[in-house]
Write a protein that binds this ligand. Sequence first.
Ligand SMILES: [Zn+2]
Length: 123
Amino acid sequence: MNATKRRKPAKEAPAPVEDQIHDKPDNILACRDMRHAWAIDLPYYGVSIEGGVRGALYVERRAGCMRCNTQRIELYRVHKNRLERLSTKYVYPEEYHIRGAKRGDDVVGKARFEQYRRSQPKV
Ligand SMILES: [Zn+2]
């Protein structure tokens, strides 16, 4: 179903994107603007994966954002001289989410504008 043609929204409509951005803390806006500041929380450790190639070695690594605490879990297959990235999963803090944002909303541009606005001297 095309979202623009839906007549009855399933949930209560979220606040406008601009209002949500206006209420976000500085660290969340900085990450939306400049991406995350990753630090490794857990270096590579071996894992077994369902449906993995028999005899293959798989490793995960965990990182966390030093600004907003988003968690990142990377999964790799170990080859002879390289790691092949199989997946990267992100777990965002609740306050990171902006509900109802659509393609073309330019959330990043609006997050930048909000940081700009906050940086201006109060009149
Ligand atoms: Zn972050």
